[in-house]
Ligand binder design. Structure first.
Ligand code: PHE
Length: 345
């Protein structure tokens, strides 16, 4: 009796070792037969009682071998089949299928306007000079000839970072003027785009952060006429070849004389009427001849050198160009708003 059981086990072992399930279905049949909950090995165990005591141990060893072999064959074949099906899928790629549309970002309207202005000035030899947004009092105010009691220094306007009021968020890009003048010898011809901060109530018309572009030109014999011609060039590049400008006297602590430049928009349309408050003139920038005190503060001899500076606000131009009614939209990062702007620059 024992002998026949032993030879049966041997033959099943042979059968397992020579099985070659070659697809998922054959593999499943194999699994059910040898490893499933009702596998044939279990049936063989029932014969344990018929084995003579001296051979029970051998029986056990052989049965274990059966089980391990079945598991080994199963593992090896299932790995083969998985691998084969993976490479089969790879060759099933549909090369004619259109690609997923690539999500392309768009330029921020502020960047578009800023890049355009920078490019206009680069064409006539201005070099970009960027500097820090966290400034010290000296570069933002003192060097720029802004007296201790000037209202611009007031807590109302300036974000101070320390109680000593030494460090602050720059209130204008004019701080780059003092940075450049103290570290470079004339001739200086720079354009400084960047973000500035003022402690103002946020509304549709004003924000506590905005952008400016500063211009500074210092050399021997630089005159007010040079400034006027440079700014006329800028206005005509930005607003069209026929654009007219006017300079109105103004005041800035760091320039003398100072002026504000307006661009002629006309009053032909409702839009320009509203934009210019009925005057036809749109205020575009502040400018002036660099005050000799500023040159002195920064170690440049005002007897030898003179220069002009200007500061252009970016948001207002961007809002006008793209008909944006609320400045806050420029800082909310709403993708539906931002997606509308396209530019190569
Ligand atoms: N810094 C001035 C402002 O923020 C603008 C300006 C720059 C005026 C340079 C004159 C010269 O309003």
């Amino acid at each position: 009796m024992s002998d026949s059981i032993f030879s049966k086990i041997e033959s099943i072992l042979e059968e397992i070792k020579s099985s070659t399930p070659s697809n998922a279905q054959e593999l499943e049949t194999f699994r059910i037969k040898y490893l499933g909950s009702k596998n044939i090995l279990k049936g063989l165990f029932a014969h344990m009682k018929d084995i003579e005591p001296a051979r029970k141990k051998d029986f056990g060893v052989l049965m274990n071998q059966l089980k391990t072999s079945a598991q080994e064959v199963f593992d090896a074949k299932s790995a083969d089949i998985k691998k084969a099906s993976r490479s089969q899928n790879a060759t099933a790629t549909d090369y004619t299928r259109p690609a997923y549309p690539e999500q392309v970002g768009s330029r921020h309207p502020v960047s578009i306007v800023m890049n355009h202005i920078v490019e206009v000035f680069q064409r006539i030899g201005f070099v970009v000079s960027e500097d820090r947004e966290i400034e010290d009092d000296w570069h933002n105010f003192t060097a720029m000839n802004t007296p201790e009691d000037h209202p611009a220094r007031d807590m109302q306007d300036t974000f101070y970072l320390t109680n000593s009021m030494e460090d602050l968020l720059r209130t204008h890009t004019s701080s780059v003027q003092s940075r450049v003048m103290t570290s470079t010898k004339p001739p200086i011809r720079i354009i400084a785009p960047g973000r500035v901060y003022r402690n103002e109530t946020v509304s549709a018309r004003s924000h506590c952060q905005f952008h400016q572009i500063e211009g500074l030109y210092i050399d021997q014999n630089v005159s007010f006429a040079d400034m006027k011609q440079t700014l006329l060039y800028f206005a005509q590049e930005m607003y069209g070849a026929e654009t007219k400008i006017r300079l109105r006297p103004s005041y800035f602590p760091f320039t003398e004389p100072s002026a504000e430049m307006d661009v002629w928009m006309g009053t032909d349309t409702e839009k320009t009427k509203k934009l210019t408050k009925g005057t036809g003139w749109l205020e575009v920038l502040g400018c002036g001849m660099v005050d000799p005190n500023v040159l002195k503060n920064c170690g440049i001899d005002p007897e030898i050198y003179s220069g002009f500076a200007f500061g252009i606000g970016i948001e207002r131009s961007a809002m006008q160009k793209y008909d944006i009614g609320d400045i806050r939209m420029l800082f909310e990062n709403d993708i539906r708003f931002l997606n509308q702007f396209q530019s190569a620059l």
